[in-house]
Design a protein. Structure first.
Lengths: 329, 323
């Protein structure tokens, strides 16, 4: 009997020391606490319907986080400030490209993969060859993209949306909505790409040490540029999902996702210094943030206060999570 | 003479200055009377705030830091100024409050970065939402106005040249004074290599705190000028300024890796960027494409400045190698 108990003890110790558990446990605890608190503050918050809405919104954010996480893993202070701009653009231009039909949607997705790859390529080339810091280049790119969508749509909101896209936001099996299945597929594929392919493994190496990666013969430029292309394409797809959920497109509707995606990925334990991290953390981070945002909305706080609380939260997270070593060390 | 010329070419703000002068001459040549008339005074009046804040931000960049919270802080200063003016607070108090708010914002950044050692990028990203959020909380939609006398003074003193040049001048003098003191040397040292600076006895923490606080004060001045120019309150007025300001610094020859450049470069960079945007936009008919064109100009400007400084550097190394 004593032996099994010690085995149990050992298992418990191993479980608690496991790197994954260590970095994910705080998020899971926060999610549970937030849900309970929100349900006390505004009864009905934890109802099945509301939880499904929240998880649908978290799905959009989780997909947007994929690109952000890839870029942060690629290191060299990589950060993508153009996530929101690409999402808004995809949402706004869908009705132009698809004409509101399901068949048109297929073309639209292909066109967006092209557009995303094109702009991602430009961003990546400018960062790798002209040595423009990632932050500056993606910020500039986001103003270019936002300007482009303003020019093309002439500031009008867009209403004609393919029905398939809209049906993503409705329940498919039981209470589970289509969006959730789609997200699970996308994230599974991207996790496999990150951890099982040659590209993903080289990405981690490039992120932890650029020079060493170049020395062992990895094509650093190609990998980094490819990462920016992937991020732009994924952001476009997240934009399509956002359009399906909201049901109409407005200018700069995706802007808040830039902050949220950075925050979610940082909560998930990915560091700006690169070479570490993954996508699961981003999913949990997305859930935390969306539950918090929904709670603030349910409490009826004005948008300024919401923004203030989100900013303070991000500040608090980075204060705990991404402190640098003391200079003495 | 030749020595002096070489020194001028190697001066980091030189590419931006050359671009600015070339652009002014080109325009004067293409449309005579460009430099006369009201164009320059109205240009300065409109762009003074961006120019001033660029100079402030460049100090942080030289010190190896990063700041993307100026946009939010400018909004906050604007909103506070207008709310105070609406409450019939005397003008002097309003102006002092602008600077106090700017300083407080800068100090918050500095505290998180210097004392708690958080990455500057993430800190200022978060604080930009904190500042912007407070601004949006205090004022939900654009409204209000400030004292009419100061607006009149801003646009009419010395044919409209006086006020913008005065504020830009104050900022430059502040920078030059700091550059001459020990703090100036320390800022460059910390920007070049933090660890070596620490090892040789530079109080890195104090330097960083000072740098962000000082940049905050200048952002306060910039917010004051911005509010005086528009004369009203708008909680979202400066959200898009962040990008322009950083692009102006990069064009002005300040490397984001730190330790290189001069805040004077930011002056030339922001003037060049402002002029080229104004000129190109006046030739683009379709106003819906203005933001797009502006974004492209910023990207091209940043790439151009980086390539130009690279060419100058390679020439410099060649001349050194030849000796």
């Amino acid at each position: 009997m004593g032996e099994t108990e010690s085995v149990k003890e050992l298992r418990k110790k191993v479980f608690l020391n496991n790197q994954n558990v260590k970095s994910f446990l705080p998020s899971i605890i926060i999610i549970i606490i937030l849900t309970v608190v929100s349900n006390i503050l505004s009864p009905g918050f934890a109802s099945v319907g509301n939880m499904m809405t929240i998880s649908t919104r978290a799905c959009i954010l989780a997909v947007a986080c994929i690109g952000q996480a890839y870029i942060m893993i690629s290191g060299n202070a990589g950060i993508d400030m153009s996530v929101g701009a690409f999402m808004s653009m995809a949402a706004l231009l869908t009705s132009k490209f698809s004409g509101g039909t399901n068949l048109g949607l297929v073309w639209t997705v292909l066109i967006f993969i092209g557009i995303g790859a094109f702009f991602g390529f430009i961003t990546g080339v400018c960062i790798q060859f002209f040595k423009i810091p990632s932050l500056v280049m993606t910020l500039a790119m986001s103003s270019v993209i936002n300007g482009l969508s303003l020019g093309v749509t002439r500031g009008q909101p867009q209403m004609t949306i393919p029905p398939v896209l809209l049906s993503l936001g409705t329940p498919v099996v039981g209470v589970i909505r289509g969006m959730i299945f789609l997200t699970v597929i996308i994230i599974t594929v991207m996790i496999l790409v990150l951890h099982k392919t040659k590209y993903g493994k080289s990405l981690f190496m490039v992120g932890s040490n650029r020079n060493a990666a170049a020395v062992i013969g990895l094509k650093v430029n190609r990998i980094v540029i490819g990462t920016y292309m992937i991020s732009a394409i994924i952001s476009c797809i997240a934009g399509l999902m956002m359009l399906g959920f909201v049901g109409s497109a407005q200018l700069q509707m995706g802007d808040e996702y830039t902050l949220l995606s950075v925050a979610a990925v940082v909560i998930g334990g990915t560091k700006l210094s690169g070479g570490k991290g993954g996508l699961v953390g981003g999913i949990l981070g997305s859930l935390v943030l969306i539950i918090l945002t929904s709670m603030l909305t349910a409490l009826g706080l004005p948008s300024g206060v919401r923004q203030l609380i989100q900013g303070t939260l991000l500040l608090g997270i980075v204060l705990i999570n991404s402190r640098e070593l003391k200079l003495r060390n | 003479m030749k020595q002096r010329l070489i020194k001028l070419v190697q001066w980091t703000p030189f590419p931006a200055l050359a671009l600015l002068i070339f652009f002014l001459i080109l325009n004067q040549f293409l449309s005579p009377g460009y430099l006369k008339g009201n164009f320059m005074s109205s240009f300065l009046a409109a762009n003074a705030s961006v120019i001033i804040v660029s100079i402030g931000t460049s100090i942080v960049l030289i010190g190896g830091g990063m700041d993307i919270s100026m946009g939010g802080l400018l909004c906050l200063v604007n909103v506070v100024y207008v709310l105070l003016a609406e409450a019939k607070v005397p003008l002097a108090v309003c102006l002092i409050m602008c600077i106090v708010i700017g300083f407080a914002g800068g100090l918050l950044n500095g505290l998180c970065i210097a004392v708690f050692r958080v990455t500057p990028l993430l800190t200022t990203f978060a604080t930009s939402f904190v500042f912007g959020g407070i601004a949006l909380w205090l004022m939900k939609a654009p409204h209000g106005s400030i004292q009419r006398e100061i607006v009149k003074w801003y646009f009419s003193w010395l044919k409209g040249y006086g006020a913008p040049i005065l504020f830009i001048g104050i900022t430059i003098v502040l920078w030059l004074v700091i550059k001459k003191t020990k703090m100036g040397v320390w800022i460059y040292a910390v920007g070049k290599d933090e660890v070596k600076a620490y090892a040789s006895g530079v109080p890195v923490r104090t330097v960083k705190l000072f740098m962000y606080g000082f940049s905050g004060i200048i952002t306060g001045i910039g917010g004051m000028v911005l509010t005086t120019y528009i004369g009203a309150g708008d909680p979202l007025i400066a959200v898009s300024y962040t990008m322009t300001i950083i692009a102006a610094c990069v064009i002005g020859g300040i490397l984001l890796t730190g330790g290189v450049g001069d805040a004077i470069g930011a002056l030339f960079g922001s003037m060049f960027l402002g002029l080229i945007i104004t000129t190109v936009l006046s030739s683009v008919r379709d106003s819906f494409y203005h933001n797009f064109v502006q974004g492209i100009i910023m990207v091209m400007g940043v790439i151009g400045a980086i390539l130009l400084s690279r060419v100058i550097n390679s020439v410099k190394y060649k001349s050194l190698g030849g000796r």
